[in-house]
Design a protein around this ligand. Sequence first.
Ligand code: PLP
Length: 376
Amino acid sequence: MKQRLFTPGPTPLPEEVRLAQAKEIVHHRGKEFAEIFKEVRQGLKDVFQTKEEVFVFTTSGTGAMEAAVANLLSSGDRVLVIRGGKFGERWAEIATAFGVQVIPLDVEWGSAPDPGLIKKKLTAHQEIKAVFTQLVETSTGVVYDIKAIAEVLRTTEAILVVDAISGLGAQSLPTHEWRIDVVIGGSQKALMIPPGLAFVTLSPKTWSFVENSNCPRYYWDFKKVRKALDKNQTPYTPAVSLICALRESLRLLRKEGWENVLARHARLAEATRKAALALGLKIFSKVPSNVVTAIEVPSQIDANELRTMMQDGYGVEVAGGQEELAGKIIRIAHLGWMDGSDMIAAVSSLEISLLNLGCPVTLGKGVAAAEKVLRE
Ligand SMILES: *Cc1c(COP(=O)(O)O)cnc(C)c1O
């Protein structure tokens, strides 16, 4: 059976990307790679909407999150962590591992943080060095108001560190314009390449934090990366084939046009939400993202059974809930190389599977609602 991937990473790969990886390897200090890397560096600046360099690390996204903590802080520093889901928790865990003291701002799962509360915390704890947040908390499907959060930080000395790993390329994030200090991205989400690369960009202000940080690091050292970039290189052997794939995906995205890429994600997200609502289902996220739609599953059904039915019966693989949401929600991604027909397939399999499991849905209702959005 044909399998279709609707998980919020990894996401499906365009053929150009798959073929780019299949080519013979080139040496990472050679002429050919230099050209590829130069193009990728420029392309990444466009993605991050910044004039600053974007560092490329060979790692999944979490490695770049750890790199940010290790390069920006010192043991004993205090940071504010927005904890509204699994990835917010991850920030807290990484910081704790480096002896950094976490002041959490706990947000009910499914909700977005209130910038006013962030301001309060920063006023009450003037010693806070950095605020760690997500752009999209993938575990709950919620998008955070980074623009407003960045504005709150402007009156302080603290830096804002945004895990935009799932959101980058799916939600607008003008790093320079919004004056975000640190943005982190990953390869296996909207950028349409396999897992294995992560990206970090830093504002000029952030470098004083790097200078003062005493956390241990070797492979993740931002200063080494910056120095190697002077020679258009990475300090160590990069994942050459993934960077070749990235060049292709960046070309495809540039050809589509960034405005269009973002508009496509917004349209597919809306179609998916409208479909779920038409089927009488509830959207779990109070501020739903364009990355992934988290849908509450009717209480008489186990979400994992629904997922199995969708995958085994119809070749549609969606994500489940994490931790406390396991068995309660499904998450349908519309991330990366996706179009309207893909979403129709996902919604169709959802309808049929719900009906198979004894849920009183009318076949076609969700599909019709999605089609209406896609036709507009
Ligand atoms: C996918 C993702 C990550 C990174 O996870 P890895 O498995 O390390 O790639 C981090 N944050 C968010 C919000 C994500 O969606």
